[in-house]
Structures are given as structure tokens and as C-alpha cells.
Design a protein around this ligand. Structure first.
Ligand code: KG4
Ligand code: ZN
Length: 336
């Protein structure tokens, strides 16, 4: 089955063509217009998607060497995300569905990130503890089978990607901040500043990241600009270690509690080098299997959306043309 996927939930306009588990093309255009504002401006995102969607889809088809009529079905993100941005992708797909008479399915963006990992696995076994870490979400999910999820923990305030981005903003680094902090942290001392780790003893699988950002703010207020510049790498390394350590500990705890022998990582922050290497080390120590996503499928892309779509379309699950965008869409849990 050949599926064309589209992703426009935030500031990436992306289209991809997959044939079963093979990615024939994956085109991503990251909108640069937002960098000057230090975050995504929704109206500018919608306008950029409108400008980019046609050339991006054309490129995805060309690179895959497929015509529109060779596509068996379409998949598109319908939430969560920015409503105007989501509507661009959704309506574009409805147009292609009308023109070709082929089916389509609306995909949850978080489910997309999960399949961004599965996309790279030659074989996969369940159950898996999935740690989903992106700019908008931090969740621990027990995945018992394809398309079957149980949310066992989530953030109570900021997502971990948000903590990276807000931290980077306070440090005067660019947007998105995660990759910058990751890069500078590699040359720094991770034990230079002892930032807090919110373990939430009464909710062992939930997360809280707003305190980390505040502690950085307070720390920076008490040092000079000169001191900040001198120790920028050390501050980044310490901040990153605090953010990542909580993720590692809670994920391991979840694997033990739910007797899962496999851990998987998904979402933009899954590209973080410390998170990947630390998790690799502890999984080896604990005898757990680790599914790591390829770097190109960590941050937003459309191949992951197409891959979820393939799974639904194969089960005969499609969406009606009346499907709307849902900015606050939640991951659908099995049996609910
Ligand atoms: O999944 P994604 O592309 O978009 C959302 O669905 O939110 O994730 C983007 C997030 C941003 O917060 C970005 O700073 C973070 O992923 N990120 C990283 C790294 N690469 C991207 N965070 C830490 N280290 C990285 N290497
Ligand atoms: Zn995402």
C-alpha cells in the first residue's frame, strides 16, 4: 500500500510518500519566519503553510516517483496543534481525496511521533514503554499492541521540549532551543549548577518542568552577564542533565512497574544526545531492549504520519470528509 502523509500542525510543512515500511520521500520545510520572535506565531505559520503546501507535496510525489493517482490512501495530522495550521493540511488532503476518490485518515500528531520510531524498526514486539518528548508533550505511554495505548503519566505543566526552548530563550540562544543547548552542553560540566529535579513522589509517572525553568531564571538573576557568558556551556550542561535525569528515572520505573522489557523514545527531544546515550547505557545495565528513532524522524515530519495512516487504512479505518481539526486532541486510549 502506498500512502501520502501530510503534517502541518505547527511550524513544519511536511509531505511524505511511503510504501509499507519504506519511506520513498520525506520533504520537510521548517518555517524560518518564527526565529526572530523566539517562538511560533500561529498566523504566520498558517500563511506559510498555504504558500508551501503545493510545492512540498509536488516534491514528495516527484522524489517518490509516483503520480497522485498511484497513491492508495492519504494521512493527515488533525490535532493536536495550531488550528489554522492544521486546517491547511486537512483541507488540502480533502481536496486530493475528492480529486482521486481514494480514502484518507486523520492522524493524531502524538501517535505520529510513536510511529516515527516504529518506522525505523525492522521488527517490533510489545508491550513497550514509550517516552514521548516533544515541544508540546511529555508522556509515558504503555503500548500493548499496534494502535493500542495506555497513558501512564504526563506533564502537569511545561513539556520537556518547552523547558529546553524557554531555557534557551533565557540564555539568549536561538529558537528552537533544544538543539542549541544540546550542542553547547557537550563542552560543559553537567554538575556545575545543581538544578532541581521534580520527581513528584506521589505521582511517580507524571512530570513537572516549570520549576526547572524558574530555577534557571533565578540563577541567572544572581550572576553577572560576564559570568553567564564564561560558563554558558556549563549552565547548558547542568540544565540539560536536570531535564534528562527525570526522564530516565521515571521511564525505568515505569518499565519495572509494568514489567515491560522494551523502552522506546519518540518526539523532537528524542534527538537529544544525552537522553539517547544515557538511556542506552541504563537499558544495557537493566537488560532492556531500546528502540531509538532515527534522528530525521524525531522532529516533525510527514513520514511518521503516513506510517500511522498505513496502519489505520490497512485495518479499514478511514475518516469522513467532515473531519475537523482538533487543536487539543488527546491520544485515544484502548478501551476508552
Ligand atoms: O516533535 P517536535 O518537532 O515538535 C512538537 O511536536 O512539539 O519537537 C520540537 C521540540 C522543540 O522543543 C525542540 O527544542 C526539541 O524538540 N528538540 C530538542 C533537540 N532537538 C529538538 N531538545 C533537546 N535536544 C535536542 N537535540
Ligand atoms: Zn511533534
Amino acid at each position: 500500500m502506498i500512502v501520502l502523509g501530510i503534517e502541518t500542525s505547527c511550524d513544519e510543512t511536511a509531505a511524505a510518500v511511503i510504501e509499507e515500511n519504506n519511506v520513498l520521500s520525506s520533504i520537510i520545510s521548517s518555517q524560518e519566519v518564527h526565529a526572530q520572535f523566539g517562538g511560533v506565531v500561529p498566523e504566520l505559520a498558517s500563511r506559510a503553510h498555504i504558500r508551501l503546501i503545493v510545492p512540498i507535496v509536488e516534491r514528495a510525489l516527484k522524489q517518490a516517483d509516483k503520480s497522485l493517482h498511484e497513491i492508495d490512501g492519504f494521512a493527515v495530522t488533525y490535532g493536536p496543534g495550531l488550528v489554522g495550521a492544521l486546517l491547511v493540511g486537512l483541507n488540502f488532503v480533502k481536496g486530493m481525496v475528492t480529486a482521486t476518490g481514494k480514502p484518507f485518515v486523520g492522524v493524531n500528531h502524538i501517535e505520529g511521533h510513536i510511529y516515527g520510531n516504529i518506522l525505523s524498526q525492522p521488527k517490533i514486539e510489545f508491550p513497550i514503554i514509550f517516552l514521548i518528548v516533544s515541544g508540546g508533550h511529555t508522556q509515558l505511554v504503555l503500548m500493548e499492541d499496534h494502535l493500542k495505548y495506555r497513558i501512564i503519566g504526563k506533564t502537569r505543566d511545561d513539556a520537556v521540549g518547552e523547558a529546553f526552548d524557554k531555557g534557551a530563550k533565557l540564555l539568549g540562544l536561538g529558537y528552537p532551543g533544544g538543539p542549541m543547548i544540546d550542542k553547547l552542553a557537550q563542552k560543559g560540566d553537567p554538575d556545575f549548577v545543581k538544578f532541581p529535579r521534580a520527581m513528584l513522589k506521589n505521582a511517580p509517572f507524571d512530570f513537572s518542568y516549570s520549576g526547572l525553568k524558574t530555577s534557571l531564571l533565578v540563577y541567572l538573576k544572581n550572576i553577572s552577564e560576564e559570568e553567564k557568558q564564561k560558563h554558558l556551556n556549563d549552565i547548558c550542561a547542568s540544565y540539560q542533565k536536570a531535564a534528562v535525569e527525570v526522564l530516565i528515572k521515571k521511564t525505568l520505573l515505569a518499565a519495572r512497574k509494568y514489567k515491560a522489557k522494551r523502552i522506546a523514545l519518540a518526539g523532537g527531544v528524542a534527538a537529544n544526545s544525552l537522553l539517547r546515550s544515557w538511556l542506552q547505557k541504563v537499558c544495557e545495565q537493566e537488560g532492556l531492549e531500546l528502540y531509538l528513532p532515527e534522528l530525521k524522524y524525531c522532529t516533525d515530519n510527514a513520514a511518521m504520519i503516513a506510517r500511522v495512516g498505513l496502519e489505520y487504512l490497512k485495518h479499514g479505518i478511514t475518516s469522513p470528509l467532515t473531519l475537523n481539526a482538533y487543536p487539543a486532541l488527546k491520544l485515544k486510549e484502548a478501551g476508552k
